[in-house]
Design a protein around this ligand. Structure first.
Ligand code: ZN
Length: 490
């Protein structure tokens, strides 16, 4: 028994020895695995850090280059000074197309081509004339501007009693009785309490686009619309308007905000005051024009396309510096920055200068149609059409605050005071949606407080563009595309 016990002890001792050995072998194995894992983890961590550092460096590089370059600024200067009034269908618009074509050719991109489309052909004619006809003060000249697609008044102009309204509801309440044979004056200012001036614009733009048709339903013979700006100045604005089928077409003009206030004060003081205006604008048969496209082919996924664009046409009463020459030169600046910095994108990056955004958006429609006909694969489209002003944010439609890549983009933009937000889209890229329902839209969000001081007015001139704001916008959007291209669109 003792022997047995001893033996058992021996056995148990030897077994505990072997267990120790086993345990220490297992420990060593685990230790080695852990060591391997920690080496692997530190390599991964190092690579991730390095990649993040590389990305941060590349963005710094893009900003440095953009902020030291005069190229885009000089292109905008040329465009403003030499193609002023380039509404679609004009020789100025054609000259702008040719200039941009040459500029893109100089950049030696992978591809440059034009995309033909027919465009609207509306001409303003002779300078507009307008007067408040006061019984006490006589004729007081005021600044007005015909609305795009409006008919003219004819040679003699139009004079009639003028009636002020502030809403379509008010128009309806006045009815045919009070409106017939008169000129209707829509005097609704943009809401100054809205911080987003685009929302304020949207809230009042209906009087410009639809005022003539609504007033004509009650027998009005012409309309005068308060300019869409928060500024008090003497620059009448313009913009497109639309008639309705079956409703009489009547002439429409916009009046400067200062003149609108003056007219309103006269209407208040003198009952039955009259107004006169004369316009000779007319819509002619459509004419051919072009979108211009420059492209860097993707190195990994050449078939997947990211579009960045602005519109080259601009209202005929200004130079189209903010709206939207700036967006055009910033779009091609993205490609130039990629070129000079040797950035080879994974996806194909296209800069598009659209034609006829202001009147009928034919360029944007044509771009989408051709994309579909050619079976192209469009994954993202970004529109730059919010003025050359301090960039505040990049908006894109699938932004998700919980997405790791989007968090990374947000962090990388922090040193540049740029937010990343949900949003995006635009009139020119909009038609792509019908062919590419999953496309991601984006845009550059600018500080828009002063945008409507310029938009669609004679005040939209090169001297009101700040070079640094133009450069910052181009650098922001180039950096954003660089990151999206690296991290993927989702
Ligand atoms: Zn625009």
């Amino acid at each position: 028994m003792f022997v047995k016990r001893k033996l058992r002890m021996k056995i148990s001792h030897s077994s505990s020895l072997s267990a120790d050995r086993q345990a220490s072998g297992l420990f060593n194995k685990i230790y080695l695995q852990m060591k391997k894992l920690s080496i692997l983890l530190s390599v991964v961590f190092y690579t991730v850090t390095l990649t993040a550092q590389n990305e941060a460096l590349q963005i710094r590089n893009i900003f440095d280059h953009a902020l030291k370059s005069d190229v885009a600024y000089n292109q905008l200067k040329w465009l403003c000074e030499n193609t002023e009034g380039r509404i679609c269908g004009t020789p100025e618009a054609a000259a702008a197309v040719e200039y941009m074509r040459q500029e893109i050719l100089k950049m030696k991109l992978d591809t440059m081509y034009l995309q033909a489309s027919m465009v609207k052909n509306w001409k303003r004619g002779e300078p507009e004339k307008a007067f408040i006809l006061s019984k006490k003060m006589g004729r007081i000249e005021v600044a007005v501007s015909a609305l795009g697609l409006s008919i003219g008044t004819g040679n003699d102009g139009l004079s009639a009693k003028i009636i002020e309204v502030s809403s379509f509801k008010e128009l309806e309440l006045l009815g045919k009785n009070k409106i017939e044979g008169k000129i209707v004056f829509f005097n609704t200012p943009m809401d100054p309490t809205l911080i987003n001036t685009f929302s304020a614009y949207g809230g009042a733009a209906g009087f410009r686009t639809g005022g003539a048709a609504e007033a004509a339903k009650y027998g009005a013979i012409g309309v005068v619309v308060r300019s869409l700006t928060l500024a008090s100045d003497d620059h009448p604005h313009t913009g497109v308007m639309h008639y309705q089928d079956g409703i009489k077409k009547i002439p429409a003009v916009m009046i400067s905000t200062k003149a609108a206030d003056l007219l309103s004060s006269y209407i208040e003081k003198e009952k039955d005051i009259e107004f006169y205006f004369r316009t000779t604008c007319q819509t002619y048969a459509d004419v051919p024009s072009n979108n211009i496209i420059g492209e860097i082919r993707g190195s990994k996924y050449p078939d997947k396309i990211i579009t960045i664009g602005g519109h080259l046409d601009a209202w005929d009463i200004g130079q189209g510096a903010h709206d939207d020459g700036g967006g055009c030169v910033q779009s091609i600046e993205v490609l130039r920055l990629f070129s000079v910095l040797g950035i080879k994108p994974n996806f194909t990056i296209r800069a598009v200068m659209f034609m006829d955004e202001e009147i009928a958006q034919r360029g944007g429609q044509k771009y989408a149609e051709i994309a579909d006909q050619n079976n192209e694969n469009h994954i993202m489209a970004i529109e730059l059409d919010r003025g050359v002003l301090v960039p505040r944010a990049v908006a894109f439609s699938n932004y998700d605050k919980d997405n790791v890549n989007h968090q990374k983009i947000t962090e990388l933009f922090m040193p540049y005071n740029i937010n990343i937000v949900k949003g995006g889209g635009g009139v020119d890229i909009g038609p792509l949606k019908q062919y590419y329902p999953n496309i991601i839209f984006g845009d550059l969000v600018t500080d828009d407080q002063r945008y409507f001081d310029f938009h669609h007015s004679g005040n939209d001139r090169f001297e009101h563009v700040n070079k640094r704001e133009l450069q910052l916008g181009a650098a922001t959007i180039a950096s954003f595309i660089y990151l999206i291209d690296k991290l993927g669109v989702n």
